[in-house]
Design a binder for this molecule. Sequence first.
Ligand code: COA
Length: 164
Amino acid sequence: MPRIAVYPGSFDPITNGHMDIVRRARRLFDKVILTVAVNRSKNSTFTLKERVAMAKACVRGLSGVEVDTFEGLLVDYLKKRGSRVIIRGVRAVSDMEYEFQMASMNRAISPEVESVFLMPDERYTYLSSSIIKEVARMGARVGDYLPAPAVEAVRKRFSRRTRP
Ligand code: COA
């Protein structure tokens, strides 16, 4: 049986920190499914279609990594995909409160599911999709924080004011 892990998130847009987690997860599991959430409680900058297209372009060339979408309960999605493992990136201790709550709820609903927390490289601990969009909007370079296809999409979205 291949060991399949699911890496869920908004990926609005996907960052170098997310890519770092995908690579780390892939070293531990035979297959990693990066699944983009239809997150109605979050006001996304990019549409689901755009977020998926970006993620697909970024993982092209990484074997054993697939991009998908999900809506509804994450644990139901895991069942559908034959996985029992949720991957989450933890950048700082402060992330842990929210992650602990989510993992506990997921475990309460579906006791067979395990959450696995991975730390990204220290270079990415201060990154989030929102902070990158904020500086991009104000014209800062984002090439150090985003994989190339996402840089392109962010540059287009925030047009002339963003440098590569
Ligand atoms: N590098 C850079 N940034 C990272 C990161 C990393 N390694 N890991 C997380 N982040 C950032 C994200 O960019 C995001 O930033 P933003 O808020 O500025 O957009 C933030 O951390 C957290 O976002 P993300 O990891 O995408 O999680 P989320 O909170 O948007 O999504 C779901 C959480 C979708 C997984 C969760 O809500 C869910 O499972 N929903 C389905 C419903 C469900 O089953 N609920 C019950 C479980 S509680």
